[in-house]
Write a protein that binds this ligand. Structure first.
Ligand SMILES: NC(=O)c1ccc[n+]([C@@H]2O[C@H](COP(=O)([O-])OP(=O)(O)OC[C@H]3O[C@@H](n4cnc5c(N)ncnc54)[C@H](OP(=O)(O)O)[C@@H]3O)[C@@H](O)[C@H]2O)c1
Length: 474
């Protein structure tokens, strides 16, 4: 069976890819916007096609000779996502039909259309409708609500709130019912959808037991061994609640707002197709899903996180943009007897629990300011303590380039009056650390000048400490 997987750099797609790769009867092909965002250990036997769903010619190449295609794509981090998502789905199904694809498998959101349906969910429903609108291609539309897994948005919000706040005053929507599901069960439904013997289009609603968000937080606290008090109050507006989530969890304001809007309507199962067509999948209970997610986090086995695909701007040529930067703060050190391998390993360990090598309190302060103004802050940390890959979010940065034993390039995702990068590079016998800034207007220039004194101390100590740590590392 020839299978095309889209979204394979995303939260679900990355995990599904590993699952499908176990099945040797499947010839897997990936469709990605940037090949570099794939893990370097991806098998050499997999065909990787670069392109995006707005490029019909690239889609034709990717969907040629394919039997089943997964559609795990959304444009939610773009302003006009509703229109983009419709066009993307239409292109996909048109070309799938042209290429003779037999089945498209789509994962959308759980919930129904009514006056309370959030824009976010409406767009997911519309995508499903477009994909199911073609008679020649069968569509299996799986609908999941809250997905519980290490690094999933909903779980990270629930976990962070539960861990950080012994007493929570919450909006009345915490009583809204949902049917959460473990990410591993979602993957099982997606994988089994390749082979279920059915010809017509189906919608499959998936989930475990019915719980309110309040019950989910209490159960999460139980698993974490914590006692928590939740007091719903009637006057917390969407804006205020979103700001609250933004401050106490790793999600930025706009993601928090989209989620809170979704909390107004119930996200429960509307059909029994999961039991009918996938009788041997028995979804894990909520508590077991939480235990599994926490054990993955504790053992540093997080395969994907919501933030890795959030706000990525792959269409940007960072190399070109860096050379256009107006301000550069560059520091240089001689490697002397320290190997480039040791220096590379040391700067690749930056961020998260490992810290930023100098003036941690200033980095934390910058993270706090970013949170206050609705940004991502420092809470996202690192996906894994020792591994970094292109696309990973790293505190308020995103990894946009890695060259083994040579280079790490980070793009700033904090709120800034301009665009900033931080580069660590080994060239010959030199270690070069550069901060680049492309300011937006006068404010951007003022911002840079105000930070010159702080940069002087922070960046100078940073490079020295990286060298020192590299020297004494194994
Ligand atoms: N995660 C959840 O909690 C959850 C819950 C319920 C339903 N779902 C559904 O599951 C599906 C996948 O979600 P996810 O959380 O895995 O998303 P995600 O982590 O945000 O990943 C989105 C993926 O789509 C790719 N992509 C976006 N626009 C594209 C385009 N125009 N052409 C090609 N690729 C494009 C991204 O590639 P880049 O890496 O290049 O950006 C990325 O691989 C969505 O339909 C979502 O509604 C997810």
């Amino acid at each position: 069976m020839k299978v095309l997987l889209t979204g394979s750099t995303g939260y679900i797609g990355r995990r599904l890819k590993y699952m499908i790769l176990q099945d040797k009867s499947i010839e897997l092909r990936l469709f990605v916007r940037n090949k570099k965002a794939l893990s370097s250990n991806i098998s050499k036997d997999i065909d990787v096609f670069e392109g995006d769903t707005f490029d019909r010619e690239k889609l034709k190449l990717a969907l040629k000779d394919i039997d089943v295609a997964y559609y795990l794509i959304h444009s939610l981090n773009k302003k006009n996502y509703k229109d983009l998502d419709k066009t993307s789905a239409q292109n996909f199904i048109d070309i799938a039909k042209e290429c003779g694809v037999k089945r498209v498998i789509y994962l959308g959101g759980l919930g129904v259309k009514n006056e309370n349906t959030s824009e976010h969910l409406l767009s997911r429903i519309e995508t499903g409708e477009v994909l199911s609108s073609c008679n020649e291609v069968q569509t299996i539309w799986i609908r999941a609500g809250v997905i519980i897994g290490s690094g999933s948005t909903s779980f990270e919000i629930i976990r962070n709130l539960t861990e950080k706040l012994p007493i929570m005053t919450t909006p009345k929507w915490v009583d809204t019912k949902a049917q959460p599901i473990s990410v591993d069960d979602v993957l099982s439904y997606l994988y089994e959808s390749l082979s279920i013997a059915i010809k017509e289009n189906i919608t499959v609603d998936i989930g475990s037991e019915e719980l309110s968000y309040k019950e989910m937080m209490i159960k999460t606290a139980n698993v974490l061994g914590l006692k928590r008090f939740i007091i719903p109050v009637p006057f917390l507006s969407i804006g205020l609640s979103s700001y609250w989530l933004n401050i106490f969890t790793p999600v930025p304001f706009i993601v928090a707002k989209a989620l809170i809007e979704g909390l107004k309507s119930e996200v429960t199962i509307q059909n029994d197709n999961a039991k009918k067509y996938y009788p041997h999948i028995n979804p894990l209970s909520y508590e077991d899903s939480v235990k599994k997610a926490i054990s993955e986090i504790k053992s540093n086995q997080v395969v994907s996180r919501w933030s890795d695909s959030w706000g990525v701007t792959w269409d940007k040529d960072h190399q070109h943009e860096i050379s256009d930067a107006i301000f550069v703060d560059r520091k240089l050190e001689n490697l002397n007897e320290i190997t480039s391998k040791k220096v590379f390993k040391t700067f690749m360990s930056i961020g998260g629990e490992n810290g930023w090598f100098a003036y941690s309190f200033l980095w934390k302060l910058r993270g706090m300011i970013d949170k206050m103004i609705g940004g991502v802050g420092l809470h996202r940390g690192r996906r894994m303590e020792k591994e970094l890959r292109i696309g990973d979010s790293l505190d308020f940065w995103q990894v946009v380039d890695i060259k083994e034993n040579e280079r790490l390039l980070l793009l700033a995702q904090m709120k800034l009056p301009g665009t900033a990068w931080l580069e660590f590079k080994i060239e010959g016998d030199k270690f070069i650390q550069s901060a680049y800034f492309y300011p937006k207007g006068v404010l951007g220039r003022l911002y840079w000048y105000c930070l010159v004194p702080a940069h002087y101390f922070v960046f100078r100590s940073m490079i020295k400490n990286i060298m020192k740590k590299a020297k004494y590392s194994n």
